[in-house]
Design a protein around this ligand. Structure first.
Ligand SMILES: Cc1ncc(COP(=O)(O)O)c(C=O)c1O
Length: 325
């Protein structure tokens, strides 16, 4: 345990947005179906506009912005971005204005995340069919625009996967570590859905701080990084540097697979849809076709193909709003 760095992590300013710890529980019927003990970490359950994994990131990013006297969040994502929606909701919850730059065209009828973006009062701009790089650059342009209008704006990138945002998941790992110890659970692996990589990078930092050697496996459903292991390692190192820690990690320690991407980001897959049904029928827990359902499909495949022994943890990163899009 690196007490010094853990204290530094806990001393970072926070916006105070979530209800933590999120639940951690055994999934009895799902376990019986898979033939191994499965535990669920429920980040789909935590305050502010139906939550999901990005709340841990925005809690730190907004905490830092508030401490710096900022008053307007600019962030970005796909049309049905969970990250942008949580950013907008988090900003509203602390009385701050937000501007979202979303890819895609303005829908005739707002549903799911787009509906929530509107409900929480975000200004939403639609960028059309553009790349992730275009969106991140567009955020910087909007920040400059609001600087000129005398605001104190700040930016959060795609997925809020900045080094500071990722540290929300270092906190998350330590939270789960304590829950696993209390429950007497020693899993062979913690599996989660990955896209921009902040969740995975933060979990790696948290694992290093705790001294645990549990495997952390990311199911990449976005393939937005040319070399995901390298990108995650770099982000984890940058996050750790904020705590004055050096990680002893190689890219080979970063376990991530794109095997469950199917036809591509945001395109539902048959295996993902089957995973949604399996978890809903067995546990009444909802995952979505774009993120956590495909991640769960990867998890099920790892277990059924004998690559993972029980007990295992599936970290539910949220996203079930997409079921209503
Ligand atoms: C529901 C859900 N799960 C997982 C992820 C992946 O998290 P990260 O971008 O930190 O890799 C996302 C990202 O948008 C998400 O919305």
């Amino acid at each position: 345990m690196n007490r010094h760095a853990i204290n530094a992590l806990h001393d970072l300013p926070r916006a105070g947005l979530g209800h933590w710890p999120t639940p951690f529980h055994f999934a009895p019927r799902f376990s019986a179906d898979l033939g191994v003990d499965v535990w669920l970490k429920r980040d789909d359950v935590q305050g502010v506009a139906l939550a999901g994994n990005k709340l841990r990131k925005f809690d730190l990013v907004l905490g830092d912005a508030l401490a710096e006297g900022k008053n307007l969040l600019v962030t970005t994502g796909a049309l049905q971005s969970n990250s942008a929606r949580i950013g907008a909701a988090s900003a509203a919850a602390v009385g701050m204005r937000s501007v979202l730059l979303l890819s895609g065209e303005q829908p005739d009828t707002a549903s799911a995340n787009v509906l929530i973006d509107q409900l929480v009062g975000a200004e939403v701009r639609f960028a059309g069919d553009v790349s992730w790089d275009y969106l991140n650059a567009g955020v910087n342009d909007i920040v400059s625009e609001f600087h000129r209008k005398e605001y104190k704006p700040f930016a959060a990138p795609v997925g809020c996967s900045s080094p500071l945002g990722a540290l929300g998941f270092a906190r998350g790992f330590l939270e789960l570590h304590e829950q696993m110890e209390t429950a007497g659970v020693k899993p062979s692996a913690i599996v989660h859905t990955s896209t921009s990589g902040g969740t995975h990078a933060g979990l790696l930092v948290g694992r290093a701080l705790s001294g645990s050697d549990v495997r952390i496996i990311g199911i990449d459903v976005g393939a937005i990084h040319g070399n995901p292991s390298q990108a995650l390692l770099e982000l984890a190192n940058q996050s750790a540097a904020r705590l004055q820690v050096t990680l002893d990690l190689a890219t080979t320690d970063v376990e991530i697979t794109t095997d469950h991407l199917g036809e591509g980001y945001a395109i539902p897959s048959e295996a993902g849809n089957a995973a949604i049904d399996l978890l809903a029928r067995n546990e009444a827990v909802l995952v979505d076709p774009i993120y956590s359902g495909k991640g769960l499909a990867g998890f099920i495949d790892l277990v059924r193909s004998g690559q993972l022994d029980g007990p295992v943890v599936f970290w539910h990163t949220g996203g079930y709003h997409a079921l209503f899009a």
